[in-house]
Design a protein around this ligand. Sequence first.
Ligand SMILES: *Cc1c(COP(=O)(O)O)cnc(C)c1O
Length: 299
Amino acid sequence: MEVPNQFYFRDKSRNIDVFIKREDLIHPFVSGNKFRKLKYNLLHAKAENYSKLLTFGGAFSNHIAAVAFAGKENGFETIGIIRGEELVNKIQENPTLKFAQDCGMQLYFVTRDDYQEKTKPNFLNKLEKIHGSFYLIPEGGTNNLAIKGCQEIIVSSDNEFNFVCCAVGTGGTISGICNSVFPNQKVLGFTALKGGFLKEDICKFATNSNWELIEEYHFGGYGKVNQELVAFLNQKYNDTNIPLDPVYTGKMMFGILDLIQKNYFPDGSRILAIHTGGIQGIAGMNMKLESKNLSIIQL
Ligand SMILES: *Cc1c(COP(=O)(O)O)cnc(C)c1O
């Protein structure tokens, strides 16, 4: 499946062009990299005769929304283990959780301590006793089959670019991209989290060393926004008609344009930014912004 690369920004004086790969348009509900990551996992789960998918996520997770919809569309039952017990009574007011539940996902809320156990055999055994056998999709969807799917983001006509940029959460998407870019291309990953063990995870999956992490544009941490970022998102949406999400792609694009201003990129650079999706998260973010009487993200 191929999506268009659209023109996004030009620095005329330095002959730098930014194009955006509209992976957000790949599916109306399973957007961007989550579609790529699920593709081979769902085929595998089907081939192995699983009827149930189980996965993990936070209250506004793009991954939870994607698994809920893709599961329904492909005939799987879905179970979402959600971080934060306090959310159990808030499903109706949380757009992501409500969407997931409306897709038929069964939601189970666990404490933050229990959530930390999500990769441990004991915890998974306990889940299996409760829910029966299931196909496990890790938090954020990152595993070998997800990397295989993300390798399909870059296509042969993308070889005209010098830089490929993407947002980084668990590192699965950038790993797939690193494995499939052309030898002359450099991959820049804009981290959506402050700190973390991303480098090791990327090294585990990426077969190349053609990448670099840019860690200066997380705006205080995962899911954190400020009024400068919100103003940027609204300005760019107004200019381009292409929506960006506040957690991943908005921070990446802010970073790319800031780095152009700071002369990070050589003159004549051609930059391809991957729009990994995440637009479903805007409603939840706006809820939080409204509760603090801050201006919201236009859509
Ligand atoms: C999940 C997500 C990412 C991060 O992808 P990883 O493979 O976890 O690094 C980036 N952008 C969007 C929109 C996402 O939903």
